[in-house]
Write a protein that binds this ligand. Structure first.
Ligand code: KG4
Ligand code: ZN
Length: 344
């Protein structure tokens, strides 16, 4: 069985083909980073236009890589939300058209769930078999959620950000310091190039699994305003100190949640899950507690369609193929894209 999935929720245009064993046969991605770099953030109107320009060649390249034709595909899947409305429309209309034309099931996938599913795909011949309950920390450019998974179809959000998303805070601090875009990977890298740190507050928010990042962003702003002629090295020290503060709460809350819910595993997902220090810290702390930890390969942390296909496969197993054929013909509302779709 082969699923073709399309992901266009933000600025990456991606098409993947995954089989019933969660093996990735193709995962083509076109990044718009260069286009949005000069704005230090995603411009929604520009993002949707670029999806439209790139979607065809990305689908062709996935089909070619997997050596299949569209007529060989058994199921189509797409990201239904959350995301940018204009961007989501491109992927949803494409997948819907294919499903109608080839008379195949169409599976809408929640983007946040898809990020978590990046952990469950086979990669380099290895497949992670999670033990439940598990704690899933989802940290991306648009989202920050701490989830409790009792099984594949029982996911509860324990906490989320009260202001900026985690990746957004990385990007904004990098913009403030003028050290590049997207900020996350740059701050990750420069944090290894400097050893010094400056005093930086911690956003504790006691008695909750919620997060807050805007105070840390403001702390970076004040530190920068005090010394606007900072050297590049000082900027790197400030960025690394900001990163330490962000990681401190991400790790502390994930570990506390794991203890409270007797979790057997902790998994990371979303673009910020590519952060090397975050991965090291979670691995170290969970190992000390005898808890298993798992992170997707870095290439699957940021937006990609393979994770969407993986999540669609589980939806199919849970609900059955007929459910998605029937919904496509009977209930079009089910496929209405939704920019604010929540996990629960
Ligand atoms: O998951 P993603 O590709 O898009 C959304 O769904 O939002 O995440 C993009 C975010 C950006 O904010 C980027 O700065 C951040 O992930 N990011 C990182 C790293 N790589 C990407 N943040 C910290 N460390 C990294 N290595
Ligand atoms: Zn994402």
């Amino acid at each position: 069985m082969k699923i073709l999935a399309i992901e266009t929720s933000c600025d990456d245009t991606s098409c993947a083909i995954v089989n019933e064993k969660m093996q990735i046969l193709a995962n083509s991605i076109h990044s718009q980073v260069k286009v949005h770099k000069k704005f230090y953030g995603i411009v929604p109107e520009i993002a949707s236009r670029h999806h439209l320009e790139n979607i065809n060649f990305i689908i062709d390249s996935a089909l070619e890589e997997a050596s299949v034709n569209l007529s060989d595909i058994d199921v189509f899947a797409f990201t239904i939300g959350p995301g940018l409305a204009g961007s989501l429309l491109v992927g949803s209309m494409t997948a819907k058209t294919f499903a109608h034309f080839y008379n195949k099931p169409l599976v809408p996938v929640n983007h946040l769930k898809a990020h978590i599913w990046a952990n469950f795909l086979e990669y380099d011949g290895e497949k992670f078999e999670p033990e439940f309950p598990l704690i899933a920390l989802l940290v991306s450019g648009g989202h920050t959620e701490l989830c409790l998974m009792n099984s594949y179809d029982d996911i509860k959000i324990l906490g989320r950000t009260r202001d900026d998303a985690c990746g957004e805070a990385f990007d904004k601090v990098a913009k403030l310091l003028d050290i590049g875009y997207p900020g996350g990977p740059i701050i990750d890298k420069v944090s290894y190039e400097v050893e010094e740190r400056v005093a930086f507050p911690r956003a504790h928010l006691p008695n909750t699994f919620d997060f807050s990042f805007s105070g840390l962003k403001t702390a970076a702003l004040y530190a920068y305003k005090k010394n606007p002629n900072m050297t590049i090295k000082d900027k790197h020290i400030l960025a690394a100190s900001f990163q330490d503060a962000v990681l401190y709460t991400l790790v502390k809350k994930s570990i506390n949640a794991a203890k409270e819910y007797n979790a057997k595993s902790i998994i990371l997902s979303g673009g910020v899950a590519a952060n090397s220090r975050l991965r090291d810290l979670i691995a170290e702390k969970s190992h000390a507690l005898n808890i298993q930890s798992h992170f997707p390969p870095k290439a699957l942390c940021t937006d990609n369609a393979a994770m969407v296909a993986g999540c669609a496969l589980t939806e199919l197993e849970n609900k059955g193929t007929d459910f998605f054929v029937k919904k496509l013909t009977d209930d079009n509302m089910f496929y209405k894209i939704n920019s604010n779709l929540k996990l629960n």
